[in-house]
Design a protein. Structure first.
Length: 246
């Protein structure tokens, strides 16, 4: 079943009105007809609104609500991925897969060993593209929300942003004791906000790790092998998803 996102005001009692680019997608790409069922989310309340297509206008798809699926598909904790900027198109893969795994927000972080250097103009275009990938992934995986991709932050800003979160992790190649990593993951309770810091290809500098640990962010190991930046964050998200949903 196809899923689409609308603004809360587009759900009016038992009538749901879809506008924007989704109108062309529903009518001309998917070639859907009146009577067919779709799922709609407003990105806020975690509910899935099942509705049937009633009619089309030039700019709208008019739907009638059939029922509301109350049980949530979202994780019981909010995960914030602070991702060191990788090179090439790796960030696109990271955004897509992180959304599928349940991330709540993605914050790109510029650190000293980042190969990619984005000026303000390029950064705005990149953020818009990554946000579009997040929306497409949210639709594909039937998320109830579209995770927000933030503007690029520097490490100091990111650490300050994470300071108030309940669980804060920074995988680091010099950290040891997999049992400690496991124990920290198992302390995560529903309703907690979780910060996960992932370095770029060159990893974090020692001074950056020290800055993070002084702010209460826990260095953890992900195992005996060195993982690529596009693998490390997805590994942590997978562990957290398994723990929160098991």
């Amino acid at each position: 079943m196809y899923q689409f996102f609308v603004e809360p005001q587009q759900i009016q009692d038992r009538t749901i009105i879809i506008t924007g680019s989704d109108v062309n997608h529903i009518r001309n790409v998917l070639r859907m007809k009146p009577g067919e069922e779709i799922a709609v989310s407003n990105g806020l309340d975690g509910k899935e609104y099942r509705c049937g297509i009633e009619s089309f206008t030039q700019d709208e798809v008019i739907c009638t609500l059939r029922f509301v699926k109350e049980e949530g598909v979202e994780l019981t904790s909010r995960i914030f991925l602070f991702q060191g900027l990788p090179k090439a198109d790796k960030m696109e893969l990271i955004v897509q897969k992180a959304v599928e795994l349940g991330v709540y927000e993605i914050i790109p972080v510029a650190v000293r060993r980042c190969v990619v250097k984005l000026d303000e103009k390029k950064a705005a275009g990149k953020i818009a593209r990554w946000q579009g990938i997040a929306e497409a992934a949210a639709k594909q995986s039937k998320r109830a929300v579209i995770p927000n991709v933030h503007p690029v932050m520097h490490m100091k800003e990111a650490v300050e942003r994470a300071r108030s979160m309940d669980v804060r992790l920074i995988p680091y190649e010099l950290a040891g004791d997999m049992g400690r990593t496991k124990a920290i993951i198992e302390t995560v309770k529903p309703g907690k906000d979780i910060a996960v810091f992932i370095g770029p290809e060159g990893g974090f500098e020692e001074s950056e790790v020290r800055m993070a640990t002084e702010a209460g962010i826990e260095p953890v190991t992900l195992g005996r092998r060195i993982l690529r930046t596009e693998t490390a964050g997805l590994t942590v998200l997978s562990w957290l998803m398994y723990h929160l949903e098991s």
